[in-house]
Design a protein around this ligand. Structure first.
Ligand SMILES: C[C@](O)(CO)[C@H](O)COP(=O)(O)OP(=O)(O)OC[C@H]1O[C@@H](n2ccc(N)nc2=O)[C@H](O)[C@@H]1O
Ligand SMILES: Nc1ncnc2c1ncn2[C@@H]1O[C@H](COP(=O)(O)OP(=O)(O)OP(=O)(O)O)[C@@H](O)[C@H]1O
Length: 310
């Protein structure tokens, strides 16, 4: 195994995808402050890149480039640094260190689990850099300690998430779906959205039904049925905190989207298009309305955090 005295010449690079929730059912808050979820995640083709190289023992640095880089903390608050430190603590705090570079494309505090993607990327990249031979399910356990979305950001594809959203089962999904994303000018705090959810839903249940309509549409590869089944219990709370979201969702529906949804805790909105041509059309028309910071076309499902080998 390489040591800090004999540094690897190359960076280890990982590509980590953003996610949307095709269904997000939320139950009543637990004493832990977390909510039980029944969610269907899908990874989409908006990617951050996380690169790591050896640094001296117990030294962890991070720099961030790309979209909204100035909104990401470049110190121990960065989720990628937390991920690297967690692995190092477990496998050799006196031996391990890393310099981390993040190239951001996933919107910051946008409801697409960008920080969790970077944490997943750092876990995978550091485990390879440090030659730790960590099994995928062990990495997922480290991920769950960092945040509820991190295990899915390691796994990717399409999956059912229960518990805090970190207990995962792959979901059979036929075909590829064309999404148009409306990225917001402003961030939205996930705890604030869950907090508003609690105020709006004092009687939210403990037990949640599984989102079978969404799962059936995915098995059938039926985009129209999927569009009709999209559901997000956090949408009313997110829309109250960011009233502009209602107009964006309405615009997508008027422009012919098969379905419109707030992604996770928002404020990114996702619109399902029937095919690539419809997605191009929808994205051009949505851009011209000037309701959001930017519009992106993506497809899903794609893999989660994966090594870049080229
Ligand atoms: C909204 C989603 O993105 C949907 O996938 C996730 O539930 C959020 O996952 P996340 O950002 O990785 O969540 P964490 O970083 O673990 O927690 C941030 C905060 O979100 C809230 N939170 C998160 C997950 C969950 N099941 N219940 C919660 O109430 C809590 O207030 C928590 O303090
Ligand atoms: N590597 C990172 N990338 C982005 N934000 C980070 C990172 N590390 C820490 N943060 C902090 O985490 C906050 C939430 O960022 P993130 O982009 O993960 O939100 P999100 O996509 O809405 O999360 P989720 O969908 O998991 O709730 C940011 O405001 C930022 O201060």
């Amino acid at each position: 195994m390489a040591t800090p005295q004999e540094p690897e010449p190359d960076w280890v690079r990982v590509r980590a995808s953003g996610k949307i929730n095709l269904a997000l059912r939320v139950g009543g808050v637990h004493a832990s402050g977390y909510h039980p979820l029944a969610t269907v995640f899908q990874s989409v083709s908006l990617f951050d890149e996380v690169s790591v190289r050896w640094a001296e023992p117990n030294r962890f640095t991070v720099s961030v480039v790309g979209e909204q880089a100035d909104q990401v903390p470049c110190d121990d608050r960065n989720l990628a640094v937390k991920a690297a430190r967690l692995l190092a603590q477990h496998y050799g705090p006196a031996r391990l260190g890393a310099d981390i570079v993040i190239r951001k494309t996933i919107p910051v505090a946008g409801g697409m689990a960008g920080g969790s993607a970077d944490a997943a990327g750092a876990l995978l990249a550091c485990s390879v850099l440090w030659d730790l031979d960590t099994a995928p399910d062990e990495l997922r356990t480290f991920g769950a300690a960092l945040g509820a979305d991190v295990p899915f950001q390691l796994m990717g594809g399409t999956a059912l998430g229960t518990g805090r959203g970190d207990e995962l089962m792959p979901v059979l999904s036929r075909g590829s779906y064309h999404w148009v994303l409306a990225l917001s000018e402003h961030e939205l705090s996930t705890p604030a959205v869950f907090g508003r959810f609690d105020e709006l839903n004092p009687d939210a249940p403990d037990e949640l039904d599984l989102p079978t309509e969404v799962m059936n549409a995915l098995v059938a590869g039926d985009a129209a049925a999927l569009g009709a089944a999209l559901v997000n219990d956090l949408a009313p709370a997110a829309t109250e905190l960011r009233p502009g979201l209602a107009r964006i969702l309405q615009a997508g529906a008027e422009l012919g989207a098969l379905g419109s949804i707030v992604s996770g805790a928002g404020p990114t909105c996702a619109f399902l298009a029937a095919n690539e041509a419809a997605a191009v059309d929808l994205s051009v028309q949505l851009s011209s309305q000037g309701l959001c910071r930017a519009v992106r076309r993506v497809t899903g499902p794609v893999p989660g955090a994966r090594l870049i080998t080229a």
